[in-house]
Ligand binder design. Structure first.
Ligand code: M6R
Length: 599
């Protein structure tokens, strides 16, 4: 999704903004722009494509002896929603009179109405975006208000939808104003100036001191300081927070891609997350008669794995729902329901909406979140943090593994509370969890093998992932990982389902990845493998050895319920190397965004 950075201070804003935008690239974007305020006017450069194109354009202005510079400015990476990626649709947007400049992350749902009203007053729009109504509306109100602060409040009161916004005005060259609703925005404080940004990495080079802006709060930034207000114009006090992770931990550290670095970090992440589970908030599961897990994408897949674990250990029925479906289904939940939300970013629009639906229905909400200070982390009743650190690659790996671990730990804890497992069983399950980081490490011994095999797979048009039971759950994640970074069509099927239709697609030169870790179901998946092999499929086997497989990646022994933590690492490496061999932009796959903050 879009990325915002704004700077006001003693230094030249342009390089700071461009550098900050680079740290937000992981969010996904297709154009970028920067506006600085200098000598009573805005200098704006916007460019379709990657940041490199914007940088060239900035350099061209310098060579033409009209370099853009200034001590306050706003920058933006745009992920197109309304209007194609183009220079005109890129942010920052200005009003017709070029008095107010704005960057926006989110979606303005009533922009059609606002645009039509402004057009009827003779205002001419330059872009196809929903966002442009914001500076146009701001200039319209500014005529009467003559004050940026009041104008921002008035504009916000007319907007429906979601937004994180940064405003500059030519009449107040010493101020940037920010406001947000349902989209993240942080405020950074450094010795040489102050920042607004969509995420911490954008400012971390300059400061580790940040404020998290809440919905309907305004931040007024000057180079000397920051003041916060609510939309009734009352001053509010906010606590500054210190970021404890370093920029280094968000850099590639010698790996070709963040995704590979993040895969390799998993043993450490699992250890850290396990340590964090010791300080999980107390939840009394006996208060609830229903557990619903809801999330999107990979986080949803973590929920599907968790259903097998919770049901097996706690003997409680668990439902897993896509958050985008849950939010509109009028779910049958009440105060005896525990709704578990899983989200790396804590900002996924559908998961936030699902959480709010659950709360409105009286259910308790428990979130498993990676980003401290995110909307879900702040609004849920109980928050369990994964300790994955910043995840930069769009395709999640380490955060997914950390989510699994927190879910396992929670299931063990609930099972103990419900007296479904004995203290000895609890101890033994926990010991299995503690052994997982070393087992993941041991798996890396197969990296070269996986890499070679993946290199031979780039020509496949379609790849199927099959498994039974919990292996089927993790097959869903394997399939998603492959399609999002390699652009190869893939599907995950429960082995037993193949005969009910999908086997019609199996022909010579189809690859079937068979995950087989459940000992008691080995013979079953074996027979599915034989069925597809006899129809010409090539087989990659993960876990058990099948006679027909062209490659087998064995897994270390662990409890059946925890095998997804091992098989997923093989699946991640396989997808990574298929995409790497295709020479694709692995960390920023086409059409995808790290954090899906719009519906
Ligand atoms: O930030 P979240 O965990 O809520 O994000 C959910 C999905 O958007 C995310 O898992 C997505 O599916 C990733 N691209 C998977 O790699």
């Amino acid at each position: 999704m879009c990325g915002i950075i704004g700077y006001i201070g003693n230094e030249d804003a342009v390089p700071i903004i461009v550098e900050g935008l680079k740290k937000l690239e992981y969010r996904g974007y297709d154009s970028a722009g920067v506006a600085v305020l200098n000598d009573g006017r805005f200098d704006v450069i916007k460019k379709k494509g990657r940041l490199a194109a914007l940088e060239v354009e900035i350099q061209n202005t310098a060579q033409n002896a009209t370099p853009i510079h200034g001590h306050l400015g706003i920058g933006h990476t745009r992920w197109a929603t309304h209007g194609e990626p183009s220079n005109e649709n890129a942010h920052p947007h200005l009003g017709n009179q070029e008095k107010i400049a704005v960057v926006h992350n989110g979606i303005i749902e009533n922009y059609h109405t606002l645009r039509a009203r402004l057009q009827s007053k003779g205002i001419v729009f330059q872009s196809e975006t929903d966002s442009e109504v914001i500076p146009q509306l701001a200039e319209y109100y500014y005529e009467a208000e003559n004050n940026l602060f009041d104008t921002v409040i008035k504009v916000a009161s007319r907007l429906e939808g979601s937004y994180a916004l940064g405003f500059m005005c030519v009449d107040t060259p010493d101020t940037i104003i920010a406001i947000k609703k349902d989209n993240p925005l942080i405020i950074g404080v450094s010795e040489h100036g102050n920042f607004i940004a969509s995420d911490i990495p954008a400012v971390l080079k300059h400061t580790n001191q940040v404020y998290y802006l809440n919905d309907n709060e305004l931040a007024v930034l000057t180079k000397e300081g920051i003041t916060f207000y609510d939309t009734d114009k009352e001053r509010i006090h906010k606590e500054i927070e210190t970021i404890t992770w370093s920029m280094e931990s968000a850099e590639k550290g010698g790996y070709e891609h963040f995704m590979l670095k993040e895969i390799m970090e998993q043993p450490m992440i699992l250890k850290n997350t396990l340590a964090k589970t010791l300080s999980q908030p107390p939840v009394d599961i006996t208060r609830f008669n229903r557990i619903i897990i809801t999330a999107c994408g990979s986080a949803y897949n973590a929920g599907v794995v968790a259903r097998y674990v919770f049901e097996k250990l706690c003997r409680t029925p668990v439902e897993v729902e896509l958050a985008s479906e849950f939010r509109y289904k009028d779910a049958i939940i009440d105060e005896k329901s525990l709704v578990i939300l899983v989200s790396q970013s804590g900002e996924t629009a559908d998961t936030i909406a699902a959480m709010r639906e659950a709360k409105a229905a009286g259910a308790s909400t428990l979130a498993i979140v990676n980003v401290v200070g995110s909307t879900i982390a702040k609004e849920c009743d109980y928050c369990f943090f994964t300790a994955a650190g910043p995840e930069i690659a769009v395709a999640t790996t380490k955060a997914f593994s950390a989510q699994l671990l927190v879910l396992y730990s929670l299931a063990i804890r609930f099972a103990a509370q419900l007296n479904k497992i004995s203290p000895a069983e609890e101890k033994s399950l926990r010991a299995e969890l503690e052994a997982l980081p070393d087992k993941v490490n041991a798996l890396f011994a197969h990296t070269e093998e996986i890499q070679k095999y993946a290199a031979s797979c780039i020509g496949y048009k379609s790849i199927f992932f099959i498994g039974r039971n919990i292996d089927y759950a993790i097959a869903l994640e394997g399939s998603l990982k492959l399609k999002e970074i390699s652009y190869i069509h893939s599907e995950a099927y429960a082995g037993g389902e193949l005969k009910h239709g999908t086997i019609a697609l199996i022909e010579e030169n189809t690859l079937v990845v068979a995950i087989s870790t459940c000992k008691r179901l080995e013979a079953k998946i074996m027979s599915n493998v034989e069925q597809v092999a006899s129809r010409g499929a090539n087989i990659l086997s993960i876990g058990a050895r099948h006679a027909t497989a062209s490659a087998v990646i064995p897994l270390p022994e662990t409890h059946e319920l925890f095998t997804p933590s091992l098989s997923v690492v093989v699946l991640q490496l396989f997808s990574y190397y298929v995409a790497a061999n295709k020479g694709l932009d692995i960390d920023k796959p086409r059409n995808l965004a790290k954090s899906v903050t719009v519906e």
